[in-house]
Structures are given as C-alpha cells and as structure tokens.
Write a protein that binds this ligand. Structure first.
Ligand SMILES: [Zn+2]
Length: 500
C-alpha cells in the first residue's frame, strides 16, 4: 500500500499499487468544441480535421505519440492512468458557430463505435462542455447518452471539461466523474486530464457520491480570469477544499441555451460531504457576484490611455476573439489606431486569407493596395489600406508560452504588413486562431516587447504568455461575435431567473 496524492490540497488516497496494475481497460477519446450560438456559420468536419494551434484530428495509437508531453487534457490522462489505454480519436476545432450535424455524427459515432468494438471497462473523454448542434443544446450529453445506450447505464465514463463549460444537469447525471480546468488562461489542461484519471480510478474502486449546483447569474468572459479577483481567490479556495474533488465551471455566455452559465460539481464517498463542498463554493461565487468586473473600455479610450503610458501596453480585442467564436477579421481597433495616429503599434492576427495570398504573390518589399479584414462582413467592412509587405511565412511554428507551449501551430500563409504613412503593422493569417502566444508575432519577425502598443485578438488567454512583457492591459470594445457586455446579447432561451 502507498499514499497517492490526488492533487495539491486534496485528500491523500490509499491506492493498492498491485490493484492499480491490474488490467483495467479504458477507452480514451477527445472531441472539443466551444460553440458560440451567435457566431455566423457552422463548424464543419473540415475544421475539426485540420491543425490550428492544437493537433489535427488524430486516430488510434498515433494519439500516444502526438500528445505525449503536450499541455492537453488527454496527455495528462495518458500520463497519469495506470490502466491499459485504448485510444480511439481526438478532434478539436476553433470555437465558432453551431457544430454541423455531419461533424457531430461522424466524430461521435467514431467514438461510440470504437468503445463498442473495444469493450473496455470504462471510458475517458477529453471534452469542452459547451458544444451545441442544431439538434442538441448539449452536444456532450448526447455523446454520453449514446455511449450509455451502447454499453449500459453502469458503464463508467469520466470526462474533463473546460472552465467555460455550460454544464447541463443531464451531462452531470450521465458522467460518472467530471474534472474542470482551474485556471483562465488555461494553463492546467494536463493536470485536469490527470485528475480525471485519478477520480475515475477512485470511482471504479470505491464509488463516489456526487453533487451539482448551478449559479443563477452569468459571468462575463473578461471577468472570469483567474489572474484577477474575485476568480483568483475562489479558485485558490477550491485548491484548499479537502474532499475528493470539487470543480467550478464559469460558463460560456455567448450560448443561447438553458444550461448557459456557471456550475459546480463535487464528488465524495459521502453525499453530505459532496453537497457541503458544492454549497461552500456556490456561496463563495454568489457572494462575489458584484465583484465580477468585465473591465471593458472603448477602443478610443484604450488607445488614448495606452499612448500616454510607457510601453509595451497590450490592447486586447475580446469581442473578436477567435477563441470564443469571433471571426478574427474585424477592423474596429485597426481603424481606431489609424485615427489616433499612433506611432508604434503591432496587431496579430487578422484573419484574412485573401490579403495573405496577395502579399505572398507580390513578395517582400512590394507595395500593395488591399482591403484588410472584414471578409465576413458581419461585424465590420473591409478596410482600404496601402501597405508594404515586410515579411512572409507559411504560418507553421511551435508555441512557446504557458498555454500551448510545445504545440505545433499552422496558421496558413501569413504576412506582416506595414500600413503606409503610419506606425502600424498588422499580421494577417489564413487560419482563424486566437493569439495566445508571442510566437504569433515572432513567426513574421516581430518581437512584441519591442513595440509600444501590442494588439491581440484574444480575450484572456494571451495574458499567460504576454504578462511577462507587460501588465498594462486594456480590454477594448470593438464589434465582434463574442459579445462581452452581457446586456448586448440577444438571449431568448436562457433558463428563467438567470441574472445577467
Ligand atoms: Zn476555455
């Protein structure tokens, strides 16, 4: 016998080492999507197949090689589990509009068919928790329903979820155990997968009672960061809670579904203990309701304040964050920078495959007249600009920051463009991706720390890597699909009495 520490601050579990090495067989898979039901277009199978700033769709034993050592939940599960693991498929797409029925059925069926073929003792799924299709408000619950249909109600399924999960009571009931990221920016993907392995093991050996609470108000995305109060203290408290497991999902607001919002899951051998811990965290978050400040300012004000400070200063464009379903091509902040006549600003990444292609064809040092961004035309028009091509890239690089360090990214053809007669440079790319790593600039030769104003199409994740060069950060309001001012979101299907 030996003691096994589940995670810092939690209980020590006695695990029989010999039993751990018994041939328990666990099927593992991943299917991640954060669906912004207000974003234009569908998320198609093609988007789940290709590489972004995470691995491309991966099948079978190749999962062991591709995910080894990465900061991804399934990597942590593989590392921590002592069971015999049977990988099926892993797929993720950049957050966006409803997942298409084709994509959902194709990948879900592959997971369910794989489990039926393998006939394991249990399954682990690396999920997000905010997947919506036209048929299913809770895509993840439907996947678990299909698995339980195929394998029986008693078949144990562990899942790990994103801190932005919108957990329905159905998903909570179907999942035997759930673990959730405890950081935003998410730097604990790996640990969350590892905790799922430990919790599943506990559940299979001894059984766990579980408790679920939904928070009755929505929390704006930019107010959810664990870098700031009150989330910082609440998650610190979660780490101190002595029980088998308690986790808090902050929810993903731009999702017009009844389960939208924050929730708490707790697991303990004793139901009263699970209930007590869930209630304790519920009380903490409810007591902090008035302190969740989205910190939003107008683009004009952000630029004015940034210009008056010593650089570097970071201006985030949270409403056009591709990592929350933004089109990544809006030009609001770019126009505001030009209007303000700033003398030294860099921006990445404007999703604009056509401009990237034109720049590549024209070559370095070429002068071009382009229409930048605004391709989707949902939130802004293309911006007419005369530019010089400073650098080009195939968009393939390895991330180095705390969120995605070690992951290979592919943003397609990229170009660094100097807007003529201004001090503004903009990086255009061909794949829609959130800028959460300084390598998004470095790939075209820009060292962000060398510039006065750094503009990033990201809501919060950028902080993990960019805080090493500046803590002067503004969250600027500019048109986009990820509405951060909750009063502006045209909800119609939230559950009654949910405050926002
Ligand atoms: Zn998230």
């Amino acid at each position: 016998m030996r003691f096994y520490l589940a995670t810092k601050g939690e209980c020590d579990f006695v695990i029989n080492t010999i039993e751990r090495k018994s041939m328990i067989r666990i099927a593992i898979a991943g299917f991640q999507h954060e669906t912004n039901t207000f974003a234009p277009g569908e998320t198609t199978l093609d988007q789940f197949t290709r590489q972004g700033s995470w691995p491309a769709l991966t099948r079978g034993k190749e999962i062991f090689q591709v995910f080894e050592g990465l900061n991804i939940p399934i990597s942590g599960f593989i590392d921590s589990s002592k069971a015999q693991l049977h990988p099926i498929v892993w797929a993720m797409a950049e957050p966006g509009g409803y997942v298409s029925d084709d994509a959902f059925d194709e990948i879900s069926n592959e997971i369910v068919d794989g489990i039926k073929r393998i006939q394991p003792d249990a399954a682990y799924l690396d999920l997000h928790g905010a997947m919506v299709t036209h048929q299913f408000d809770d895509g993840e619950a439907e996947i678990l329903r299909r698995i339980k249909d195929a394998m029986g109600e008693d078949f144990p399924v562990a899942i790990s979820l994103d801190l932005h999960a919108n957990i329905s009571s159905q998903l909570f009931e179907l999942a035997n155990v759930i673990t959730i990221y405890r950081t935003y920016p998410h730097v604990d993907f790996f640990e969350t997968g590892a905790r799922a392995a430990q919790l599943l093991e506990f559940e299979m050996k001894w059984g766990l009672a579980k408790s679920f609470r939904q928070v009755d108000f929505l929390i704006p995305i930019t107010a959810q960061s664990t870098e700031y109060e009150p989330a910082k203290s609440i998650y610190h408290e979660i780490l101190q809670v002595k029980c088998t497991s308690v986790d808090l999902a902050m929810g993903f607001p731009p999702a017009d579904i009844p389960s939208c919002g924050a929730s708490i899951v707790a697991y303990d051998p004793v139901l009263e203990e699970a209930d007590a811990k869930a209630d304790y965290i519920l009380q903490l978050i409810t007591g902090a309701e008035a302190k969740f400040d989205p910190k939003l300012v107008s683009a004009k004000s952000a630029i004015l304040q940034a210009s008056s400070l010593a650089g570097p200063v970071i201006i985030a464009d949270p409403q056009d964050n591709p990592g929350a379903g933004g089109t990544g091509d809006t030009t609001g902040i770019l126009r505001a920078l030009i209007e303000a006549e700033v003398t030294d600003a860099v921006m990445a990444v404007l999703h604009d495959p056509a401009s990237a292609k034109a720049a590549k064809e024209a070559g370095i040092d070429a002068d071009l007249a382009l229409f930048l961004g605004g391709r989707e035309r949902f939130y802004s028009e293309p911006m007419s600009a005369n530019v010089r091509v400073i650098a080009l890239s195939d968009g393939k690089f390895t991330c180095t920051g705390p969120v995605a360090g070690g992951s290979k990214a592919d943003l397609g053809t990229m170009a660094r463009l100097q807007i003529k007669n201004t001090g503004i440079q903009v990086v255009v790319g061909s794949h829609r991706c959130q800028n959460w790593d300084q390598e998004f600039f470095r790939v075209v030769g820009i060292e962000p720390a060398d510039h006065h104003i750094i503009c990033v199409k990201s809501a919060v994740h950028f902080i993990a890597d960019y805080k090493s060069i500046s803590d002067k950060i503004f969250f600027a309001i500019s048109p986009g699909a990820n509405l951060c001012d909750l009063s502006q979101i045209p909800f119609s299907r939230l559950r009654p009495n949910l405050r926002f």
